[in-house]
Each structure stands twice: as C-alpha cells, then as structure tokens.
Design a protein around this ligand. Structure first.
Ligand code: AHG
Ligand code: MN
Ligand code: MN
Ligand code: MN
Length: 333
C-alpha cells in the first residue's frame, strides 16, 4: 500500500483545487501534532498520572478532569507561536484566548473541545478532540468574542481525533471527509480512508435513553416508532448504541450509518440540548454534511444557525440523511 501522509494529502489537495492556503495547511498540521501529544498522554493512563479530576470547574459548571486541562494546554501551546491564528476558544476557557503579543498573528480563529467524552477517560473508553476553523472577519484588529459569532457555513476546516483502539484523525476542508490513522511507531498520520460517505438509510440510532421521560413529543414519537421494530410503522428492527463520547458515536455513524441525537428536553425550559454549537455541533455538522449526511437542531440546519454566545448549547440530530430528515419533519408537524 502506498502511504500518503497528512502533509502530502494536504499539499496535493492544495495543488488540485487551490483551496487550502498554506497558512490553513500549517494550522491543520499543528492541530494534528497536538492531537498526537494528547493521544500520547491518554495512552499513558494511570502510569502518566493523567486520570481523575483536576479539582476545578469550567465555565459551564462541569468538573474538569486532568485530561480536559492537559489537552487544552497542549492545544494552546502548539498553536500559539505558528503565526497562523488570531485567537482561540475552547470548552475549557471562559472567554477567548488571544495570541500573545510576542508572536505574529494570522487570519484564522480556532475553536476546540480539547477532550470530548470526559466521563469515559477513567474507564478506558474512546475519547477525542473536536476542532473548527473560521476566518477572522476582514479588518479585525484585536479579536473579540464577537468575531467568533459566525454561522457554521463559514467554517473553512473541521475535524476530530478519536483516541481509541487506534488513534484516528478525521478531517474536512469542504472537499469531502478523509480519515488518517496514527502510525504510532513513525509518529505519522497516514491516509486510510478517502471521501467517506454516510449511508442514507440506517437501522441504528444513538440517544441517551435515560432522559426519555423528559423528551418532547416529536422525539418520543420518533424513538417509539423505531423501538416498535419490524411490525411497527417503520417496518424494520433498529439497534441502539450510545458510547457517551460524541466523537466515537459520530465516528461509528461515519463508517456505517446511523443517527445521533442529543435533543432539547423539558427539564430546563428554554435550554436547548447539552452539546455546544461552536466546538461540538458545528464541526460535526460540517463533517457529516460533507459525508452526504444531514445535521439539524430539529427544525433548522445546524450550519445555518447564527451563534449568539461562545458556549451556546444546541439540540443535535445528525447522521444518515433520511433519518435526520424524518425526525426533523416530526418537529415541523
Ligand atoms: P464533553 O466530555 O466534552 O463535556 O462532552 C460530553 C458530551 C458528548 O461527548 C457526549 O455525546 C455527551 O456529552 C454524553 O452525554 P450524557 O452523559 O448525558 O450521555
Ligand atoms: Mn465537558
Ligand atoms: Mn464534548
Ligand atoms: Mn470536552
């Protein structure tokens, strides 16, 4: 098998479509390098003293795990000095992180969920990193949170890493979705899947069913119909999977179809869902759409939502197109 590295893949795409400016390529490679370091830390587990709680809380009131904090630090340090960024934002930081004055500034904005699936860290289940890249608005001098308030359609790149039995990096720059596997001996990202496509139909769904009693009627109806199986209106049996790491659930769906749901529910009125628009829903929606799938919040295309806050939450339905269309249509009735 001819091995194509992440660098070679990006340079060839740049030549072919002239779509990936060198600065963006550098940015993606730096994020890829940071994910290698995070993968390394994750792999050490108890031996590296990276498990357990950091004893602090993030701005969303979640207890931070040591690896949430370590991964955030790794991504900040790796991306600060390269000259390709104007600012960064993260799940684990209350407000944006500007590039310090001692370094040159670039024209991109980077957002990340440094460690996705925190509840799985200490039990050795797949976790990951999610990232999204925007261009800074024209004429911006000192970046502010407002500069990040761009809809997902404006993303120029998005991706995620999964730290599982293998470490993989899944990436889109708006030209299909490609997967790279980390060659641990060589320390290199090697292209292992090109132009991934999500099957339009599926018999698999992912939702945290413990919240069932709080669901709104459209979600209840949709899940009930799937649970009714081959003798119900859907006329087929469905299987359920829930890893509780969005990266791992989305990676499964990318590879064999399925629908992932984290709906809004009746627990806290007017609080939409759990997942965050800027560094979870938007990058995943970009990837899923590039792979031929769909992503909505029940009524709107996720990528069209105009963000209002950095840590804004949103309901998420994404994956196989026909299923996402169906559950979205139930919300419109
Ligand atoms: P994070 O660990 O970055 O805070 O994100 C956790 C998210 C997501 O990865 C997952 O799909 C979901 O939370 C799981 O939620 P439940 O614990 O409610 O199942
Ligand atoms: Mn968290
Ligand atoms: Mn997350
Ligand atoms: Mn996280």
């Amino acid at each position: 098998m001819k091995r194509i590295s992440l660098t070679q893949h990006l340079i060839e795409q740049q030549r072919l479509h002239n779509k990936i400016p060198s600065e963006l390529r550098l940015l993606i490679e730096v994020v890829g390098r940071a994910c290698k370091s995070i993968s390394h830390a994750v792999g050490k587990g108890a031996l590296g003293e990276v498990l357990g709680s950091a004893g602090s809380e993030n701005v969303q009131g979640e207890v931070q795990k040591k690896l949430d904090v370590i991964s955030n630090e790794i991504l900040l340090e790796a991306n600060e000095w390269g000259g390709h960024l104007a600012a960064m934002a993260s799940e684990e930081m209350e407000t944006i992180h500007r590039i310090p004055n001692r370094y040159p500034k670039g024209e991109y904005l980077l957002m990340f969920d440094p460690l996705d699936g925190s509840s799985n860290i200490d039990v050795n289940v797949s976790i990951g990193t999610i990232f999204s890249v925007l261009k800074a608005p024209e004429g911006m001098t000192e970046p502010t949170e407002q500069d990040f308030m761009q809809p997902g359609t404006r993303q120029v790149a998005a991706g995620y890493a999964v730290y599982g039995p293998q470490t993989v990096l899944v990436l889109t720059t708006g030209d299909g979705v490609h997967c790279f596997t980390l060659d641990r001996e060589m320390g290199a990202w090697v292209l292992t899947q090109k132009d991934i496509k999500i099957p339009e139909d599926t018999k698999e769904f992912a939702i945290n069913a413990s919240n069932q009693r709080h669901w709104f009627p459209p979600v209840k109806r949709y899940v009930d119909e799937m649970l009714a199986g081959s003798t119900g209106v859907r006329g087929k049996d469905f299987n359920m999977r829930w890893i509780a790491s969005m990266v791992a659930d989305v990676h499964r769906i990318l590879n064999r179809g399925g629908i992932f749901m984290y709906p809004a529910d009746a627990r806290e009125p007017n609080k939409p869902g759990k997942l965050r628009l800027m560094y979870e829903a938007n990058p995943m929606a970009f990837i899923v759409e590039q792979a031929g799938g769909a992503a909505t919040d029940g009524t709107r295309r996720i990528l069209d939502i105009q963000p209002e806050k950095l840590h804004q939450r949103v309901a998420v339905f994404l994956g196989s197109k026909n299923e996402v269309d169906l559950v979205t249509s139930y919300h419109q009735q």
